[in-house]
Design a protein around this ligand. Structure first.
Ligand code: GRF
Length: 193
């Protein structure tokens, strides 16, 4: 069984996509062994509703990084940041090197980095008159949103697009991309290095 831990901060739509893929046997031999939130969020309700072990570690706690590291089951095969907004410290990255992936709603390295989250990303894309955008699944390393890109999915941007409209279209792509990458890593078609 390929065991994944999912870290969350938001609505949990990416978590839900992974759960649905498991239930629909698109993701076979994959188990979400734990969901960890850094704040009270809908994603933890998604975990609870699906009877997945979950915990909340408050990002404001002074021992957040230590507690987060200690809460990761030792037998996890992959850690998936799915809408997770806290920054993993260097100790965490060193211990879980090449075992952590993140989904980001832009074509990295463009529109990534600290502060580039959610609607802000899409507003910047529109303001800069980009002709395309999309999402990226990448390896998490010590530089925020700068790890090796594993998969990108793209959409064209027109003059009529709004940030909210782009966000909605890209979220759908994220759900496909995160499942594809988990499958690829599980089947050793994608090697994280
Ligand atoms: C998504 O836009 C995702 O790209 C970003 O966080 C947002 C919410 O994700 N990382 P989710 O609905 O909580 O999975």
């Amino acid at each position: 069984m390929f065991k994944i831990v999912v870290l969350v901060s938001g609505k949990g739509s990416n978590l839900n996509a992974i759960i649905n893929a498991i239930n629909n046997r698109i993701l076979e031999h994959v188990e979400i062994i734990k969901v960890i939130g850094d704040r009270s969020c809908l994603a933890l309700e998604v975990a609870d509703k699906n009877k997945i072990d979950w915990c909340l570690i408050d990002r404001k706690n002074e021992n957040f990084s230590k507690m987060l590291l200690e809460s990761i089951p030792f037998d996890a095969d992959l850690i998936v940041l799915a809408g997770f907004l806290s920054i993993l410290d260097i100790n965490f990255i060193n211990i879980w090197t090449n075992k952590v992936i993140n989904i980001h709603p832009s074509l990295l390295p463009k529109y990534g980095g600290i502060g580039m989250i959610d609607i802000k990303v899409h507003e910047a894309v529109i303001n800069n008159k980009e002709l395309e955008s999309g999402c990226s699944v990448h390896i998490v390393d010590q530089e925020v949103d700068r790890g090796k890109v594993i998969l990108q999915k793209k959409i064209p941007i027109s003059n009529f697009d709004t940030p909210q409209g782009i966000q909605k279209k890209i979220l759908k792509l994220e759900h496909e991309a995160i499942v594809m990458v988990i499958n690829g890593i599980k089947d050793k078609e994608i090697i994280l290095c």
